[in-house]
Design a protein around this ligand. Structure first.
Ligand code: PRP
Ligand code: MG
Length: 215
């Protein structure tokens, strides 16, 4: 008897950097998501398939059993809440950080010192709310879904809370990083019921991933 294992991944860095881990478990994805419009990708293992979902949807798919396991950033997990998800491994991939950035001509330090109310645009409202609350800074959060860097340039916000990887996007838009909130990497998340019901197939998979994590 074989049970199908469904792995949820998002296209881009997480997909690319998960491939070596899958390979370590003997799994090869048979189609390139950048070339195909397919959302369900077969692998060389008959009982393993990959589903392509939006990064923010990975925890939701795994939580509700649309996928047995998935790979998702710590940022996305915090925003989702992580409830009902077993999180056995930090895969140490897709590393970046969440930071506060402002226009180069905005005096962030004095704004904070003077206790001014800051308008902060972000996709990461939970992370931003917790961070500024801990600092005792009052903020009006403006929820955005992408291209946060535009907000300070158009006067929509004083600051942004966003992911920074190379720093190239900030630089290209004349923004500067003024605070580093947290380091981010991607984790393996597993549906708790699947972990019990499909243990025989999932455990070796998790162990193979664990053995292939790069320091
Ligand atoms: C991400 C992030 C930053 C950028 C950081 O955006 O939100 O904008 O990458 O990378 P860098 O420091 O290497 O320049 P992404 O391109 O994923 O698009 P989005 O914000 O519109 O979702
Ligand atoms: Mg961006």
């Amino acid at each position: 008897m074989s049970q199908t294992i469904t792995l949820a991944l998002s296209k881009g860095r997480i997909f690319d950097e998960t491939m070596p881990l899958l390979r370590a478990a003997g799994i090869e994805v048979l189609e390139d998501p950048e070339k195909s419009r397919k959302l369900i990708l077969p692998t060389n293992q008959n009982d393993v398939r990959v589903v392509l979902v939006r990064a923010t949807d990975v925890p939701t798919y795994v939580e509700h059993g649309g996928a047995d396991l998935g790979v998702t950033g710590k940022d996305t997990l915090i925003e989702h809440g992580g409830l009902g998800l077993y999180q056995p491994l930090d895969l140490n991939i897709a590393r970046c950080r969440v930071s506060v950035a402002v226009r180069a001509d905005f005096d962030y330090a004095s704004a904070v010192r003077q206790g001014s109310r800051l308008r902060v645009a972000t996709k990461y409202t939970t992370i931003a709310r917790d961070f500024f609350a801990a600092k005792g800074v009052h903020v009006d959060l403006i929820k955005l879904y992408g291209s946060m860097e535009l907000a300070p340039l158009t006067g929509l916000a004083d600051a942004i809370v966003d992911l920074v990887s190379t720093g190239n996007t900030l630089k290209a838009n004349h923004l500067v990083e003024v605070e580093r909130i947290m380091d981010i990497s991607s984790r393996l998340v597993v549906n708790q019921a699947a972990l019990k019901l499909k243990q025989a197939r999932l455990r070796p998979l998790i162990d193979a991933f664990a053995g292939a994590i790069q320091p």
